[in-house]
Design a binder for this molecule. Structure first.
Ligand code: ADP
Length: 437
């Protein structure tokens, strides 16, 4: 018992103090290390500048491990070799950039293949050491600590720390520091790669979009003129001839009209998407407009024996509205054309007009095939068609409703759909009586 109460002798006491001092110094060093790592993580999350990140990581790596240099090698899928990447702002790094290192018979290659750290205290005694690298860089390598750069279990390269500056050589701590920093480097490289791929995909997409726009522009422009000639001559000849020839010309004419409508649709969609749309606002009667549209589709409805029902407010109310007449015409024409297209023979179409406060609603309903609930939002997207185009029974590009929606929205209005599959659909367009421009 007494033994423990005795004063420790002076020597022992001194040793204990030394040991504590050492422990404190080590802890201080660990804290500084953790602070640096935390800083790097912060930078990693806030920047996509890979050069800057690698530079700061390699600098921290050499400082924390007390080494002379740090280099990063990445695996090149095309050549099957490792290559130095510029990770420090030094002339040595510049000279090394792009230099290939074989996977077999090299220290970095071993680390890469095995996916494990490797420590070489004296490179001159190791047959795998590649002298040529030193010859190119004019750097004299003595010792190497190599750790793998890993992303989700896959090794993408190697981080090397060169020439430990103190006599004891590399320690377990150095391996830990290098491994932690290597994981930061791997994440930074992966982020930069993903970002670069994303940028590339975006550029390709923009280019494709531009090409598509140019094509639509050119095609619609180049097609319009000959089509106008066909339309002109066909209608002139139809009026001149009689009998079977007249019927055949009618077919030519209706095909040419379909083609013109397709071109108009493509041009309109492009204008809506590029927001190059100009409104030519006037005051007109909505009732007259709907009647004009119905007159255009009369023969089509008759051909399918469709009954037409209308409800145009009370009496002769013209239902005046201030809007772009041509564009609203297109909206109603598209809805009625769809109603006819998707309603089997002997069905019915309903067109109604109503006014509520400062708004007008136009309803186009049919007793057609209907649209199931999941599809009801999608039909307003560009080129969306419920039936796949190859097996379709119906004609069309699948852009009519996206144009309709675009045109309605430029007028500060909105469009909704209600439908029961097998029973029919109803589209309701709501427009303000006066468009505020
Ligand atoms: P398109 O008619 O040229 O295919 P739209 O954009 O006008 O293109 O319509 C998109 C799709 O919405 C159509 O292919 C069709 O599947 C569906 N659809 C539109 N209107 C109706 C309707 N009245 N009845 C049933 N389905 C419809």
């Amino acid at each position: 018992m007494l033994k423990y109460l005795e004063q420790p002798d002076r020597n022992n006491y001194q040793t204990l103090v030394e040991q504590y001092k050492e422990k404190i110094a080590h802890l201080e060093y660990r804290i500084a290390y953790l602070e640096r790592i935390a800083k790097i993580s912060q930078t990693l999350n806030s920047t996509l500048d890979l050069d800057m990140l690698l530079r700061s990581i390699t600098q921290v790596a050499t400082e924390l491990t007390n080494t002379e240099a740090c280099s990063i090698l990445l695996y090149d899928n095309d050549t099957g070799e490792l290559k130095f990447i510029p990770a420090t702002a030094s002339t040595v790094a510049e000279k090394l950039t792009g230099i290939p290192v074989p996977i077999d018979d090299s220290i970095a290659g071993w680390v890469f293949k095995k996916g494990r750290p490797m420590l070489i205290r004296d490179v001159t005694a190791d047959p795998r050491w590649n002298k040529q690298v030193d010859e190119v860089s004019k750097f004299r390598t003595r010792s190497i600590l190599g750790v793998p750069l890993k992303i989700k279990q896959q090794t993408i390269g190697v981080l090397e720390l060169l020439n430990k500056q103190d006599e004891l050589g590399f320690t377990q701590d150095d391996i830990q520091i290098a491994t932690t920093l290597a994981s930061q480097v791997a994440v930074a490289i992966e982020n930069a790669r993903l970002w670069r791929d994303l940028q590339k995909a975006y550029e390709e997409l923009s280019e494709l979009d531009r090409l598509k726009s140019d094509f639509v522009n050119l095609a619609s422009h180049e097609l319009r003129t000959p089509l106008a000639v066909i339309l002109g001559y066909a209608s002139f000849l139809r009026d001149e001839v009689s009998g079977q020839a007249s019927q055949q010309l009618e077919i030519v004419l209706s095909s040419a009209i379909k083609l013109r409508n397709l071109i108009d649709d493509m041009t309109n969609l492009r204008h809506i998407k590029t927001r190059q749309i100009e409104l030519s606002v006037e005051i007109f009667s909505m009732r007259e407009l709907v009647q004009d549209v119905l007159a255009e589709f009369k023969s089509l409805m008759r051909a399918k024996s469709l009954r037409l029902k209308t409800a145009f407010l009370n009496g002769d109310d013209p239902v005046k509205i201030e809007a772009d007449r041509q564009k609203i015409y297109l909206v109603i024409a598209n809805l009625i054309s769809n109603a006819i297209k998707f309603t089997p023979e002997n069905g019915a179409i309903f067109v109604g007009l109503a006014r509520k406060g400062q708004q007008i609603t136009i309803r186009v309903a049919d007793t057609g095939i209907g649209i199931d609930e999941q599809q009801q939002n999608k039909i307003f997207e560009d080129f969306y068609q419920i039936e796949p185009s190859m097996t379709r029974r119906f004609e069309g590009l699948g852009i009519g409703l996206s144009i309709v929606k675009g045109m309605v929205e430029i007028h500060h209005g909105h469009i909704t759909v209600e439908s029961v599959p097998g029973k029919g659909s109803q589209f309701t367009v709501t427009l303000p009586i006066s468009i505020e421009l």
